[in-house]
Ligand binder design. Structure first.
Ligand code: FE
Ligand code: FE
Length: 381
């Protein structure tokens, strides 16, 4: 008997998870696939968004009609951090004669080396890497590295799927976007009925935006949210800051939302909305986290010594996929590797652009550039 085991946070389960399993069933000829939602995935300490029971319920709904699939609550019942080698040990005992496969997405391959007891995992099962068509992973190279470390090869399955991740699904959900291309209907209904992945104020903020600005705002959130874990930020704060960053873009100082607002001195018109935006987020929507308010407050000008959230929103605003300007490719690369290097170049390009277009340059932007120039220079020496 051949059994495939598929673990993950499933926060929420989405169409790509299902496509992966279907591809594995077809190409490996497995008799059974066991889906195992993690209580706390090791690489996502404390970062689950929906309750374990809700995640389990969604996985059950999603895989109900798919042949030879069953859902195991083993890791949820065990509680604590869910380690794959323990889970596989359990299923090895339960099915001593079966050939076990463990399914992972191609993005997991580079992390596998840091998992707990990878050799034990490979003694219990064959690792199967599911790669979505069109994604660029150099499997020949990965296979060499893998073999030289573990003296065993992994298998690769190609499958077709939409561009979706659970993070993207959560952002789309918070923004009230159509989830049908990405999640099964039964999961969407469950999310709606149980009001999962909602973030206070996000939909309200969107009502203040013209359609093109709302789309830009969504793209900023989609650009920023995947970095939440890397910078140890609460994903909801990242999404909230993105949702509000341009909330006052189309407001007038006479609008009732801005009564009591005192503009800082000599703010150029294109920078003003960062201050009015923070004001509206705080006073109209009750956003109270200082870090979120500061990310809104400095998203256009920047400032010296920004927090990671401030940098993330500043740069996501500048680099979201709807943007295009000379130098953006290099900036996007730096964005993935180092926020301070990226800030330095982003501010340099901003100042250059403003000088060329004879726009007024806000002193805070100069100060921010000097700060990041000095910081990154100092680091190099
Ligand atoms: Fe803005
Ligand atoms: Fe913006």
């Amino acid at each position: 008997m051949k059994i495939a085991i598929f673990g993950g946070s499933f926060d929420p389960v989405h169409a790509e998870h299902i496509n992966m399993v279907k591809a594995a069933i077809d190409s490996l000829g497995v008799n059974k696939t066991i889906i195992v939602p993690a209580f706390v995935a090791p690489h996502k300490q404390g970062r689950a968004h929906a309750d374990p029971q809700d995640r389990l319920n969604m996985v059950r709904l999603a895989f109900e009609g798919i042949r030879n699939c069953e859902v195991s609550a083993f890791e949820l019942n065990a509680g604590g951090t869910s380690y794959t080698y323990i889970t596989l040990g359990y299923f090895r005992k339960k099915y001593p004669d079966a050939q076990l496969f463990f399914l992972v997405g191609a993005d997991m391959l580079k992390d596998f080396y840091t998992w707990k007891e990878p050799e034990t995992i490979l003694s219990l099962c064959d690792l199967v890497v599911c790669n979505r068509e069109g994604e660029k992973v150099n499997f020949a190279l990965e296979q060499l590295k893998f073999f030289s470390t573990f003296h065993k090869k992994f298998k690769v399955i190609e499958y077709t799927g939409r561009d979706i991740s659970s993070t993207k699904a959560r952002v789309l959900c918070a923004f009230g976007e159509d989830l049908r291309p990405y999640l099964p209907d039964c999961v969407i209904e469950y999310i709606e009925a149980n009001q999962l992945y909602r973030i206070d104020g996000v939909k309200g903020a969107l009502k203040y935006l013209k359609p093109a600005r709302a789309k830009h705002t969504l793209r900023v959130a989609l650009t920023a949210a995947p970095f939440s874990a890397k910078y140890k930020l609460a994903e909801n704060d990242v999404i909230r800051a993105a949702a509000f960053h341009d909330v006052a873009k189309n407001m007038d100082l006479n609008d009732s939302e801005l009564s009591g607002f005192v503009p800082p001195e000599d703010v150029p018109s294109q920078v003003l909305h960062q201050y009015t935006g923070a004001y509206v987020a705080e006073h109209t929507f009750g956003v109270s986290q200082e870090d979120v308010l500061d990310a809104i407050r400095y998203h256009t000008s920047g400032r010296p010594n920004m927090s990671d959230l401030e940098k993330l929103i500043f740069l996501s605003d500048m680099l979201e996929p709807g943007r295009d300007f000379p130098g953006i490719k290099k900036l996007r690369k730096l964005f993935d590797t180092d926020l301070n290097d990226c800030m330095r170049l982003a501010l340099k390009l901003t100042i250059k652009h403003l000088k060329r277009s004879k726009g007024k340059i806000y002193p805070l932007t100069f100060a921010a550039y000097e700060y990041y120039k000095e910081l990154t220079d100092r680091r190099k020496t």
